[in-house]
Design a protein around this ligand. Structure first.
Ligand code: APR
Ligand code: PHB
Length: 393
């Protein structure tokens, strides 16, 4: 058996784990990442990429912002479409000059992986059967199998950045953790294509046939979504069927302008609201998707992961540099206060924009009234914009 030592063991090389690793490294804190998959597998995931300013600032602080600033698209607003008409939400005017950057999460992960490799920081990919031990003591450790060999990692803290299906949250005794969950009765069918986006800003659509979203990865690559029943499979949807359905859910001008092309990828994702409390168990911290999931409407997932990592990196830096424990003590409460607000926003935006299969006729009318109120009220738009660009840390 091989034995390795580190200060902070990070489980998971998604955006949370990689970002934490960079921030700790910059502060001189030694860290090791264990990742169940290969690096290529991790880079194969396609996920939302709308970055709040605070997320952008943290990526800059981690030293990985160059390509994001060069290739990311700054968006000052987005459109809502319903009843065949588009309405712009002017983020910049409503928030005193704030905006978001559209830059794919896959690219962020790639930038972080490259920075980690360039700094020569250790990551054990294809780490199987990770088991976390003794995190309620001063000497936590983990065991796993890498290339058929058993590896023991001795550490001072464990950061559980291993996503919703990871081992970290599952290692906590059931009596010590409380989960809150809502599963929505539909999914998002996503399509990626090398076609110019239908509009230079995102379009969120509410239609009796279901929600739609026109997003993008670059000026030449589009990402579109359709609300579909959970009984559907991506294979049921030819490219033509997808494009025809999307056109039906847009306004006439957007339907006309839509440039179609072959799908590079098509998949269905479920929608879930989930929070686990607390987020610290002795010397084990949960961060990112390991602790919470938001439905993708509003793209808060990565931004919430970033705020957890900000609080966690600050807490660990405070511990090692100043020998103070208050950041660690308050980690869970600080994260959760922001998480619940983003959960509320994502739930509200999802509820407003989707057609619910069991919905009574009155609920559909109430959602329509709320949309009409939203596009006619500066106050309502201000609330939406403030949440969309991100609440302060
Ligand atoms: N051992 C080691 N690694 C694991 C294990 C395990 N038992 N289980 C899961 N992992 C790895 C996964 O393979 C994945 O690479 O942990 C990583 C978790 O990454 P993500 O799921 O991307 O979670 P996170 O880094 O918190 O990123 C949050 O991703 O889902 C989006 O909307 C979400 O944008 C948010 C972001
Ligand atoms: C995406 O581009 O994948 C995306 C954008 C905005 C969202 C959700 C997903 O709200």
């Amino acid at each position: 058996m091989k034995t390795l030592r580190t200060q902070v063991l990070i489980v998971g090389a998604g955006p949370s784990g990689l970002l934490l690793g960079q921030l700790l490294h910059k502060a001189g804190i030694v860290n090791l990442i264990l990742e169940r998959q290969t690096g290529d597998y991790v880079l194969g995931r396609i996920r939302a990429g709308v970055l709040e300013q605070t997320t952008v600032d943290l990526l800059d602080e981690a030293g990985v912002g160059a390509r994001m600033h060069a290739e990311g698209l700054v968006h000052h607003g987005f459109d809502l479409v319903f009843d065949g008409q588009r309405h712009r939400i002017d983020l910049q005017a409503l928030t005193g000059g704030k905006s978001v950057i559209v830059y794919g999460q896959t690219e962020i992960t790639r930038d972080l992986m490259e920075a980690r490799a360039a700094a020569g920081l250790p990551t054990l990919y294809s780490a199987a059967d990770v088991q976390l031990r003794n995190f309620d003591s001063a000497h936590p450790s983990a065991r796993c199998i890498v290339n058929g060999e058993e590896v023991l990692v001795q550490c001072e803290f464990i950061a559980g950045c291993d996503g919703y299906h990871g081992v970290s949250r599952a290692s906590v005794p059931g009596s010590a953790i409380r989960s809150f969950e809502k599963i929505y009765p539909f999914g998002w069918l996503g399509l990626l294509s090398d076609t110019p986006p239908v509009s230079h800003e995102l379009i969120y659509g509410s239609h009796e046939r279901g929600f739609s979203l026109c997003s993008m990865r670059s000026a030449a690559r589009s990402r579109y979504y359709l609300q579909v029943p959970l009984t559907e499979q991506a294979g049921d949807w030819s490219d033509e069927r997808f494009w025809n359905e999307l056109r039906l859910r847009l306004d006439p001008a957007a339907a006309e302008a839509l440039v179609t092309g072959p799908a590079l990828e098509k998949s269905i994702a479920p929608l879930r609201s989930f929070v686990a409390e607390p987020m610290r168990f002795g010397r084990l911290f949960l961060a990112g998707d390991a602790a919470h999931i938001v439905p993708p409407t509003g793209a808060k997932g990565l931004n919430l992961a970033a705020s957890d990592i900000y609080y966690l990196s600050q807490a660990l830096i405070e511990h090692y540099r100043d020998r103070r424990g208050s950041g660690i003590e308050h980690y869970s409460a600080r994260c959760l206060s922001r998480i619940w607000k983003a959960e509320r926003f994502s739930w509200w935006f999802s509820s407003l924009m989707h057609s619910f299969p069991q919905e009574q006729a009155i609920e559909a009318r109430l959602h329509r009234a709320e949309l009409e109120y939203l596009v006619s009220s500066h106050a309502a738009q201000t609330v939406m914009a403030e949440n969309y660009v991100g609440l302060p840390w």
